[in-house]
Design a protein around this ligand. Structure first.
Ligand code: X8Z
Ligand code: ZN
Length: 685
């Protein structure tokens, strides 16, 4: 589910914080409500109901209607066509209508005395969706149609070139493979530009979408939809914006060093003209990733000490895949049968994906967490289906909020959790599985909470769980599972290991910020539709120091080529997660009694660390996140000093490497407009 109702993965939130979360997340039990009922905004609210009774009823009703929403959204994400789109939009319409009804009913209790829990639950209702919907039923329905359509456009996005017999069509996965593996300049440009054609037709829908969610936000008493998003952090909305600035200023010097080093290497590879863009920025199509959010795929170019501690996880996974394929071939009655060989290849892909997922599950189980339920293995989408379009962007789903106990005449229903990915045997997908299982274990851990509190402490917590485990995937851990060779202990090997982590974690930080800087500006009107693309590239320049190699004018809609924009998933959560995960990691290393330097710690197999982690997950969002953070780490603030502690050896090494270079960038961005400057004021707040 998503954002609100949608993908849970992100969803985390459920609550107040969570806003989105829940959208889906809820659900359960029961049989499906009649559509008429669900669509009525004010379903029987007893006149003499107390606030406590109201919250209990909302929790009950949520469970009742949630499964319809999650099932419809699962279908529309795993089988994109006009029918599934229609069904998902309708289910979402019913959900948002009901949510608006609860919010309306809750106004009766304004100013009344009530318990802290009840007040929190009521406050969270308004934050439960990242898609605040207008009260006007026609507009609400229009909103859900647009949202479903945009996500379908992203999932089915296809770039074709050539005519007739020469025509060649590729989807995101194939275009990403080019950026991942092919260092040919023209091939990368073509793949990058090609993917950015798919979002051009979304622009009009997005403009309308913004009008509609803003109307919904105003109906609820917020200034705009961005303010709704910023209200889920147990602090004033303006304060979370300032918090992200503070955290960014802590880590920015480290990012600038990494940027400088990457630029030197790119220039060495492609030359002065092609290896950088005017002002010293990095060329967007050459960073190994469609959005320049993770530079791990440039390992061949950026590896500090080739040969000192090989960390080629992708090669090891591909070898496993080949082995699985050979085994499938051996089972064939006629190994020359072409069709049977194709089936064998599919079976091997699935087997490899399942093996990778089992490996990730094993880490959680080693901490004392339960095995995933059997239904997870039956219902998960592991690989890309051949016969239909799906949304490949990875997500984790809680289909029924933990199921429900047996009622009169009803059987107990267990939790139904799933992930949806198009797994390939490479390092990026391998770590993404660990990330997704973090969401799944969070769902399972907080399923005992009432539906309204089934969310992350805040949405950044939800994103940080699996990534905390990824930090514990040290070279020693990877060697222990036979993915890399036994590791040498040397400074060179350490720097290699740190670089591997930095290309994913440090490179991400400014990207994690800029997306919502853009959307906050779009929602508050400081970025208008006639400058959507310009503002996007201004922010890319300002925060990431990344630029396209040729002007990208308003005939494009480049934000729509990033999943979370058409999918309407708030993105600040990922920035926060990239800070919090280091805090969690440090706390769990302490719990495990680890005494060495932070970057060497793996708590794989440590039950004391696992117990502490699980205790945090079980809290869900029933209390302010500051309290939950304190219980785990001893502090109540998000703080990037653990990031800096972790990367201290690399930062020192980078400074040496960059000596004599003039680092940093200025921002004359290659948009159609030439007055763009990376240093201009940020659009939103
Ligand atoms: O969207 C995701 C996850 C699902 S919550 C795969 N991530 C962000 C992205 O891909 O843009 C994880 C890291 C950032
Ligand atoms: Zn996630």
């Amino acid at each position: 589910m998503k954002s609100l109702p949608r993908k849970p993965k992100h969803r985390t939130a459920l609550l107040a914080v969570a806003a989105a979360a829940f959208a889906l997340a809820l659900a359960g039990c029961s049989r499906s409500p009649s559509p008429g009922d669900a669509a009525s905004p004010s379903t029987q609210a007893p006149a003499d109901e107390t606030a406590d009774q109201f919250v209990a009823r909302v929790n009950r009703e949520m469970r009742e209607i949630y499964t319809e929403l999650s099932s419809a959204q699962w279908l529309s994400s795993t089988y994109i066509n006009g029918d599934s789109e229609l069904v998902a939009a309708k289910a979402h319409e019913r959900w948002l209508t009901r949510l608006n009804g609860w919010i309306e009913q809750s106004r009766r209790f304004e100013g009344q005395q009530m318990s802290a829990d009840t007040a929190r639950a009521i406050g969270m209702l308004k934050l439960m969706t990242s898609m605040p919907a207008p009260r006007d039923p026609a507009k609400l329905a229009e909103l859900t149609r647009i949202a479903t359509r945009m996500e379908g456009m992203y999932g089915s996005g296809t770039y074709c070139k050539g005519e007739g017999e020469q025509k060649e069509c590729r989807q995101l996965g194939e275009l990403e493979d080019v950026l991942r593996n092919n260092r040919d300049y023209e091939a990368q440009l073509d793949a990058w530009r090609g993917w950015h054609t798919i979002s051009v037709p979304m622009r009009e829908d997005y403009v309308r979408f913004v009008q509609l969610v803003n109307e919904g936000a105003k109906d609820m008493g917020f200034a705009d939809a961005g303010e709704v998003w910023r209200s889920g952090y147990d602090m004033a909305p303006a304060q979370i914006a300032a918090e992200t600035d503070r955290l960014w200023s802590q880590v920015k010097p480290l990012y600038e060093q990494l940027h400088c080093y990457a630029r030197t290497r790119l220039v060495a590879k492609y030359g002065q003209d092609r290896g950088q863009v005017a002002g010293g920025m990095l060329p967007a199509p050459l960073m190994g990733n469609m959005w320049q959010q993770d530079w791990s795929n440039l390992w061949d170019m950026l590896q500090p000490y080739p040969g000192a501690g090989s960390l080629d996880i992708t090669a090891a996974l591909q070898a496993r895949h080949r082995q699985n394929y050979m085994e499938e071939l051996e089972r064939l009655a006629d190994p020359t049968d072409g069709a049977a060989r194709v089936e064998a290849e599919r079976a091997a892909q699935r087997a490899t994906a399942v093996e990778m997922t089992r490996r990730a599950e094993d880490f959680y189980v080693s901490l004392g967490m339960p095995q995933l339920p059997e239904s997870y293995w039956e219902k998960t989408q592991f690989i890309k289906p051949r016969d239909r379009d799906v949304v490949c962007h990875a997500s984790a789903w809680d289909m029924n909020l933990g199921g429900s106990p047996a009622g009169e005449g009803q059987e107990a229903v267990g939790p139904d959790v799933r992930t949806k990915m198009c797994i390939k045997p490479n390092e990026e997908d391998f770590t993404t599985i660990y990330h997704e299982l973090g969401h799944v274990y969070y769902y399972l851990a907080y399923n005992a909470q009432p539906p309204i509190f089934q969310g992350g402490a805040h949405d950044g917590f939800h994103e940080a769980i699996g990534d905390t485990i990824v930090l514990a995937m040290t070279p020693q851990y990877l060697a222990s599972i036979d993915l890399v060779d036994a590791q040498q202990q040397s400074h060179e090997a350490l720097i290699n290991a740190q670089m591997r982590m930095a290309l994913s974690k440090v490179a991400f930080l400014p990207f994690g910020l800029m997306i919502d800087r853009w959307r906050w500006g779009v929602f508050d009107g400081s970025i208008t539709p006639d400058e959507y693309n310009k503002a996007w590239w201004d922010l890319k320049a300002r925060y990431q120091g990344v630029a396209p190699i040729q002007p990208r004018g308003e005939e494009f809609f480049d934000p729509g080529a990033k999943y979370h924009v058409p999918g309407n998933t708030p993105y600040t959560r990922y920035f926060l997660s990239h800070v919090l995960q280091f805090q969690f990691y440090k706390a769990l290393c302490d719990a495990a009694g680890f005494k060495g330097p932070l970057y060497e710690c793996s708590f794989y197999g440590n039950k004391a660390a696992g117990e502490k982690f699980l205790a945090m997950l079980e809290q869900g969002s029933h209390q302010p996140w500051q309290k939950t953070l304190k219980e785990l780490t001893g502090g109540e603030q998000m703080d990037a000093s653990a990031v800096l502690e972790y990367f201290a050896p690399l930062q020192e090494w980078l400074q040496q490497q960059n000596e004599g270079q003039s680092c940093g960038w200025t921002g004359a961005v290659a948009t159609a407009d030439t007055d763009t400057n990376a240093d201009r004021e940020q659009p939103a707040q």
